[in-house]
Design a protein around this ligand. Structure first.
Ligand SMILES: CC(C)(COP(=O)(O)OP(=O)(O)OC[C@H]1O[C@@H](n2cnc3c(N)ncnc32)[C@H](O)[C@@H]1OP(=O)(O)O)[C@@H](O)C(=O)NCCC(=O)NCCS
Length: 385
């Protein structure tokens, strides 16, 4: 047998850092200057003037909708929020203990079986499936939370916006306008972020010409991890562990000495302050003052100062997950729903990339550089020691 090892210099990028794997016109990140645009529009503008529905349209269709187009799209989203009865029955029967990200996988997989567009692969059919998933993920999350806490599920209210309706289905009462708007902004800020791990996972699955539901299931699995979407929940756990601002210094320095990561800091692309974190920090501040409860924000700010002092030179700054948890906590969202909320917001970015990539598809198939032995003799089982 010949030698299988490759010779000569190789190009290898651990974690695919810096590798360009697709052409895209959906979003762009300037990691040096802390800028993010969706279809050319700075996220600061979208956070100020847009809604999640409008941003979803922008990401999916490539341009801001006209008034009529937005009304039509929003009406379609509202109509599709209701999940099939069988899926509701399945969700409310699920055990109360698993992580809700696992529940989301079950619910999404189950809902595919009842999707009326299941067999369709034309553009309109796929788009309806996409909008249905984006519209229904919040219902699935809220229903599960209500059921696991022994409460009646609250059906979606077609009068409410995407953001307000989720808070309503979760709490059983309509949120005040200001809180619904803050949540809406949080969803906008999480809607899209280039070829992050979960989006790439979705694209890899879709590139085999599998269905959109399978692609988004891959994404949910990837988002769950603590190095990705799972970080937000752990930030709050860390703030609780620290307990008070004066204990932050010791905690952070010990963690760094032991080579532990501080959740909510660092990013593959941003080497400066994540622009999404900047906006979320403002709302975390605002809500802390509104509720006269500054414990979390003060610990958070202390950690931020220490981390920038210690690791700022290395490009480690707060990322989107650092302040989002404080905002969600004030909105009454349970901690283990932070990552599912991230998923429901990001579903639009996942879908936009899948549609864009598969329109000019090529299956993803990278290589591994073999570093194992050249040749090993096969020893029969009975002769092995
Ligand atoms: C996001 C993340 C996975 C990016 O990873 P990456 O681009 O592969 O960066 P690396 O893991 O190579 O880290 C580069 C250096 O920064 C350090 N670093 C990165 N994030 C850090 C963090 N949160 N706390 C402490 N040190 C960190 C690493 O230890 C490494 O140091 P070294 O060069 O001395 O070994 C990483 O920053 C991280 O683990 N952050 C915490 C989890 C998190 O908040 N995730 C949400 C992302 S939106």
């Amino acid at each position: 047998m010949g030698v299988l090892k490759e010779k000569g210099p190789i190009e290898y990028s651990k974690g695919l850092e810096g590798v360009i794997a697709a052409l895209s016109s959906i979003s762009a990140i300037d990691g040096k200057n802390g800028k993010l645009i969706y279809r050319g529009i700075p996220i600061e503008m979208l956070a100020k003037y847009s809604t999640y529905e409008e941003t979803a349209y922008l990401l999916l269709y490539g341009e801001l909708p006209t008034k009529e187009a937005l009304e039509k799209f929003s009406a379609q989203m509202r109509e599709l929020r209701v999940i099939p009865k069988k899926v509701e029955e399945c969700i409310v029967e699920l055990p109360p203990n698993p992580h809700p990200m696992d529940i989301l996988k079950v619910a999404l997989a189950h809902s595919a079986l009842y999707d009326p567009d299941r067999q369709k692969c034309c553009r309109e059919g796929v788009m309806r499936k996409v909008i249905r998933i984006i519209a229904q993920l919040p219902t699935m999350i809220a229903y599960y939370h209500r059921a696991r806490t022994g409460q009646e599920v609250i059906p979606p209210d077609p009068e409410l916006s995407h953001a307000a309706n989720f808070l309503y289905m979760l709490h059983g009462k309509k949120p005040d306008e200001e809180e619904a708007r803050i949540f809406d902004i949080a969803l906008i800020l999480h809607a899209e972020h280039g070829l992050n791990a979960s989006t790439f996972a979705a694209m890899v699955t879709a590139s085999t010409l599998s269905d959109i539901n399978s692609a988004l299931l891959s994404a949910i699995g990837a988002l769950k991890g603590p190095l990705h979407g799972g970080a937000n929940e752990r930030v709050l756990k860390m703030l609780d562990e620290i307990g008070s601002p004066d204990k932050a210094e010791e905690y952070v320095l010990n963690a760094l000495k032991e080579k532990r990561r501080i959740m909510g800091f660092g990013h593959r692309v941003y080497k400066t302050y994540d622009p999404r974190a900047k906006i979320l920090k403002e709302y975390a501040e605002y809500l802390s003052d509104k509720y006269n409860d500054r414990k979390y924000i003060e610990i958070g700010e202390r950690i931020e100062n220490i981390m920038i002092r210690e690791l700022g030179k290395k490009g480690i700054f707060p990322n989107v997950d650092f302040y989002s948890g404080i905002v969600y906590q004030f909105l009454g969202i349970p901690r283990d729903l932070f990552t599912p909320v991230f998923a429901m917001a990001r579903s639009v970015g996942w879908a936009a990339h899948v549609c864009e990539y598969t329109a000019n598809n090529r299956i993803f198939r990278p290589r591994a550089y073999y570093i194992g032995p050249d040749y090993v003799e096969y020893v029969q089982l009975e002769k092995r020691r």
